[in-house]
Design a protein around this ligand. Structure first.
Ligand code: MN3
Length: 199
């Protein structure tokens, strides 16, 4: 089976002024496509290494599958949890869970903002639902696959690789993260939460 790159669910310029059209073009059409192609290639090479009983080589392709596969999964979520009609605060079960877990929406926002700004190098700030614990968690990912907590289902992911913001925000990652809250599609985040939460 071949993984494919789905089109953006809105126009490239739809998230202006918070995220510019050129960044969206490069990010989706070049960077995300690179992960899709990298994943398909790594899976094929892994299969070849397995058939050749070359498990030293398989180790390399397993790591490539983790990198490109996680990159593909996180970007697929990323496009859908943004919207030109985004921003504000979540209501309903997710809004309640955020308040119960973090004390208030503002405190949640402070924590997620700090965690995202503090990612060392390239990575992601993530709000996840841990299926084993039955609890919301704020996590970081370095690259796409490092620092993963097993059992954590990503609900909201904020890409802080430089390709996500450097054209518009240069070195000012905190300005990009602040602006990002204006495009969060809380309806989609809530729908992801409803799919996995026990409440
Ligand atoms: Mn990216």
């Amino acid at each position: 089976m071949e993984y494919k790159l789905a089109p953006l669910p809105y126009a490239y310029e739809a998230l202006e002024p918070h995220i510019d059209a050129q960044t969206m073009h490069l990010h989706h059409d070049i960077h995300h496509l690179g992960y899709v192609n990298g994943l398909n290639n790594a899976l094929q090479k892994l299969e070849q290494a397995r058939q050749a009983n070359d498990f030293a080589l398989a180790k390399h392709w397993e790591r490539e599958v983790a990198f490109h596969g996680s990159g593909h999964v996180l970007h697929e979520i990323f496009w859908t949890i943004m919207s030109p009609n985004g921003g504000g605060e979540p209501s309903g079960a997710l809004g309640t869970a955020i308040k119960e877990t973090f004390g208030s929406f503002d405190q949640f926002k402070n924590h997620l903002t700090a965690a995202t700004n503090q990612v060392e190098g390239s990575g992601w700030g993530i709000l996840a639902y841990n299926l084993q614990l039955g609890a919301l968690q704020i996590l970081q990912a370095e690259k796409h696959q490092d620092l993963t907590v097993w059992g954590a289902y990503p609900l909201l992911v904020i890409d802080v690789w430089e390709h996500a913001y450097y054209l518009k925000y240069q070195n000012k990652r905190p300005d990009y993260v602040k602006a990002f809250f204006n495009v969060i599609n809380w309806n989609e985040v809530a729908s992801r939460y409803a799919k996995v939460s026990k409440g």
